[in-house]
Design a protein around this ligand. Structure first.
Ligand code: SF4
Length: 285
């Protein structure tokens, strides 16, 4: 292999590990893909690992392969991190939108909008909205499913026994609760703590997406099925989503069990610890 190709391959690999999903090159450039070897830009095969994928955009090398079911434990040989997983990039915001959620420029703006929100039926029985809390410059954002009884009573996310466990999990990787931002997919308590329904999630998720956009964290920790499936726009199970580094708008997403589930099933503590350590390594760069 020529020095130029070796350098290009190393550069692409570095970009992939840094979280770049695609690199655009001149249309007539020769492309060296880290996974598929040298190919011409725009030629079939310039999207690695996808023989039946759609024709690639000219001059774009996709660096994040899709999910690989059944290969959960495959590790990146350079970083030692789990293999890349799903990437979800929701549609870009309209800068001139009249939607107040899109026009919100602070987390306090979002909290104020949430406090008077009646976009779904979950507003009917709530005592308090639970928009989220934590550091405005948090490097880690923790996302759960929705408020429970104590959260509804206090207006704060992850309090009670599940919250105490989350605090312990965070402290095990050297983070105080105040250093992270903690929130949920839905901001009002579902009756009897049931799983939020699709239309409720659809109504509420713009708040979460805007919060993540404003925070621009280094890592998102999605705790539980609802958080993981909502953030990654997938119906895959939590088991299939664990042990991979996913991305939401380029931000690494790690999926793990919800602390409330750990209280019910202590056997999940070890895999949760494994997941949280991956998040920690990503935060450490
Ligand atoms: Fe509004 Fe979300 Fe509460 Fe529904 S759950 S009323 S969308 S804040």
């Amino acid at each position: 292999m020529s020095d130029g190709r070796a350098l290009a391959r190393a550069y692409l690999e570095q970009q992939r590990l840094l979280g770049t999903d695609a690199v655009a090159l001149p249309a007539d450039a020769e492309v060296v893909s880290p996974a598929a070897g040298p190919v011409a830009a725009g030629a079939p095969g310039s999207r690695p690992g996808s023989g039946d994928s759609p024709p690639p955009t000219s001059g774009v090398v996709h660096l994040t392969p899709g999910v690989s079911p059944g290969k959960d434990e495959k590790r990146d040989p350079v970083s030692g991190l789990p293999a890349a997983g799903l990437t979800y990039d929701p549609p870009a915001q309209d800068l001139f939108s009249s939607d107040p959620v899109q026009r919100a420029t602070t987390l306090a703006d979002i909290a104020e909008l949430v406090s008077s929100c009646t976009k779904c039926r979950l507003c009917e029985a709530r005592n308090n909205t639970v928009p989220g809390e934590g550091a405005e410059r948090a490097r880690l954002v923790v996302v759960g499913e929705g408020p429970g009884k104590t959260e509804d009573e206090t207006g704060r996310p992850f309090v009670g026994k599940a919250g105490e466990l989350l605090t312990k999990i965070l402290s095990a990787i050297g983070l105080a609760r105040e250093q992270v931002y903690i929130c949920n997919v839905v901001k009002c308590r579902p009756p009897e703590n049931r799983t939020p329904q699709y239309d409720e999630i659809a109504a509420c998720v713009p708040y979460l997406f805007r919060q993540i956009e404003l925070l621009a964290p280094g890592v998102i920790l999605a705790m539980g099925n609802t958080a993981a499936q909502t953030i990654l726009n997938t119906k895959q199970s939590l088991g299939a989503l664990r042990s991979k580094v996913h991305r939401f708008r380029g931000i690494p997403v790690i999926v793990t069990y919800h602390p409330a589930a750990l209280l019910r099933n202590p056997n999940w503590k070890k895999p949760t610890w494994d997941d949280v350590r991956i998040a920690h390594r990503l935060l450490d760069g």
